[in-house]
Design a binder for this molecule. Structure first.
Ligand code: FES
Length: 362
């Protein structure tokens, strides 16, 4: 995953970027990125995601896409669509981009504007989704679900059908980064979740598989943790905008000094660096994971979530009902299922708020 930049014209409160985005100044330049892509491909990486922030703010995106194609990557652009134009979709197609995923905040312009901080974004996203399809790409739409939009799932699916979407991801928020900060405001109630799932299943039943719908539930409502990243540093490498190499996009939340591609070859980072080896395999596990018969299925869950909610990344992910820290999850669920008269306030993801958080921490 090439996180090209933390810059973004939108300010979604559920962004998975770290809270201290304002701390990371200089982005890797084009030459650095080309070298990272070449090294990663030599190591055997086959799929490449361009993400951010908003990757379209990088003027060299087309150059990077062209290089990805010539190296033999299957490449995917994960974008809000803001910064895209019909002409740019054509240029990216020409450069060899394989896949584009456009994200929406909501099925209506008002909520879209409230969540993204842009009044123009919704109409533009619609136009860009159509443009992506017109250039011969499959239409892949992503909606991050939470308390404020989950009751719109029927409208969201209607909109996707109108746009002739091929794939729709209804991904409930995962609570890292800004989303964790805003958890109280974002976590849906069990009732909301049940309704949204039922609506999705009814839609599938009525309309068949022509539009493929993925419904991802928030892991807080599970009893077992997700096999996050398929295990720490087993198949996934993120390079952050400043060159930090991470085993997952949220790993910056951990108190670990990660290596940087500016001064360490990607091969050394992957095979030999301490952070990448910290939670590989099973040796780092403590009880109850160590003796758990499911440890090779879920790998103890998510290291970032374990650290963020228990203070120790070696603990079992507290989503697991065998975890002695499961009450951290249950408390959040209790709060989410409490009737409230007023919605909880949200902290929007932008550089000014990030600077405030950093200065209040120091
Ligand atoms: Fe980092 Fe799960 S998000 S290991």
């Amino acid at each position: 995953m090439a996180e090209l930049t933390y810059r973004c014209p939108l300010q979604c409160p559920y962004c998975s970027n770290p809270l201290d985005i304002a701390n990371y100044g200089a982005e890797l330049d084009t030459e650095h990125w080309l070298s990272v892509l070449t090294q990663a491909r030599e190591l055997g990486a086959a799929q490449l995601g361009f993400s951010g922030g908003e990757p379209l703010v990088r003027k060299d995106l087309e150059v990077l896409v062209e290089s990805a194609r010539s190296l033999g990557f299957y490449s995917n652009l994960i974008t809000s669509g803001v910064g895209l134009s019909d002409q740019r979709v054509g240029a990216l197609r020409e450069a060899g981009l394989d896949h584009i995923q456009v994200s929406f905040q909501s099925s209506d312009s008002e909520l879209n504007a409230l969540l993204s901080g842009s009044h123009k974004a919704f109409e533009h996203k619609l136009a860009m989704a159509r443009s992506v399809k017109a250039h011969g790409y499959p239409m892949v739409l992503n909606f991050v679900l939470h308390r404020h939009n989950i009751d719109q799932v029927d409208k969201i699916l209607e909109l996707c059908a109108q746009l002739n979407a091929d794939y729709v991801e209804l991904a409930n928020t995962q609570y890292h980064g800004w989303a964790l900060k805003n958890r109280e405001a974002l976590m849906p109630s069990e009732e909301q979740l049940g309704r949204a799932e039922a609506v999705t299943n009814a839609y599938r039943k009525q309309h068949g598989e022509a539009m493929k719908i993925y419904f991802v539930i928030p892991d807080y409502y599970e009893q077992r943790p997700k096999p996050c990243m398929n295990g720490w540093a087993s198949m996934f490498l993120t390079v952050a905008p400043d060159g930090a190499a991470l085993p997952c996009h949220s790993a910056r939340d951990l108190p670990i000094a990660f290596p940087n591609v500016r001064d360490t070859p990607v091969r050394d980072i992957w095979y030999h660096s301490e952070p990448f080896n910290a939670y590989r395999g099973n040796d780092w596990m403590q009880e109850p994971c160590r003796s758990c018969p499911e440890k090779d299925i879920d790998f103890g869950g998510c290291r970032c979530q374990a650290y963020l909610l228990t203070g120790d990344a070696r603990n079992a992910d507290p989503v697991c009902d065998k975890s002695p820290h499961r009450e951290r999850i249950d408390e959040a669920l209790l709060q989410a299922n409490h009737y409230r008269q007023e919605p909880s306030p949200m902290l929007f993801r932008n550089m000014a708020n990030s600077r405030d958080l950093i200065s209040s921490d120091t």
